[in-house]
Design a protein around this ligand. Structure first.
Ligand code: ADP
Ligand code: RBF
Ligand code: MG
Length: 182
């Protein structure tokens, strides 16, 4: 058995929610879609760009290129939030950046998860499972690192609030997140 085989096909939820067809903006549409049908994926935590996100107080666990390359085409670049689980630990709130990090002019698309939890130690090599349940905003370029950090802290606050809603808490029990990781 492979430990934490990287997942290439993002599965769809069997959960059913009432949808409101009057919601029509892109933002509402994508959020309605994620609540009804969240994106689930998992993979090994690898070393990222080493830009010192941790020193900025926002460590981000990076997925390998092959997981990023296999995202379905309808997962647009941008900033998302949802639930995360490291190996068989507890399920925590997370924020996720998917894209090119314009501030750093990346040539490779990346997927970085910041988990809202204080861990005792790093977890490179661990299996990270994430469930993407909401969309916050597109990726932006910023004039300074300070502005980027302020934007990310704002994302973290918005995500924390949104994840307190009953629909979001429901998704915490998503089947693939609950099973034991072999
Ligand atoms: P890298 O460039 O290697 O991704 P970071 O500075 O972004 O380095 O730190 C990411 C690493 O920090 C993760 O791979 C993980 O091992 C560790 N880490 C500790 N706490 C967290 C957290 N709350 N969220 C995400 N990663 C964390
Ligand atoms: N990088 C950008 O260039 N533009 C962004 O708008 C942006 N938003 C982010 C939002 C979140 C929640 C996270 C976790 C990262 C974001 N990043 C963004 C990526 C950031 O550049 C990367 O994590 C750096 O390594 C931080 O030092
Ligand atoms: Mg990182």
């Amino acid at each position: 058995m492979h430990y934490c085989r990287n997942l290439y096909k993002i599965s769809s939820s069997k959960l059913i929610f009432n949808t409101n067809s009057k919601m029509s903006t892109f933002y509402n549409k994508i959020n309605q879609r994620l609540l009804t049908n969240p994106f689930y994926t998992k993979g090994e935590v690898i070393h990222g760009f080493g830009r010192g996100s941790k020193e900025l107080g926002i460590p981000t666990a990076n997925f390998a290129e092959d997981v990023v390359d296999h995202l379905p085409s309808d997962v647009q670049t941008g900033i998302y939030y949802g639930w995360a689980r490291v190996d068989d630990g507890e399920v925590h709130k997370m924020v996720l950046s998917v894209g090119w990090n314009p501030y750093f002019k990346n040539e490779k698309k990346s997927m970085e998860t910041h988990i809202m939890h204080e861990f005792d130690a790093d977890f490179y090599g661990a299996c990270l499972r994430i469930l993407i349940t909401g969309y916050l905003r597109p990726e932006e370029n910023y004039n300074s690192l300070d502005e980027l950090i302020t934007a990310i802290q704002n994302d973290i606050n918005n995500a924390k609030n949104n994840l307190d809603s009953p629909d979001q808490i429901n998704l915490k029990n998503y089947e693939e997140m609950m099973t034991k990781q072999e």
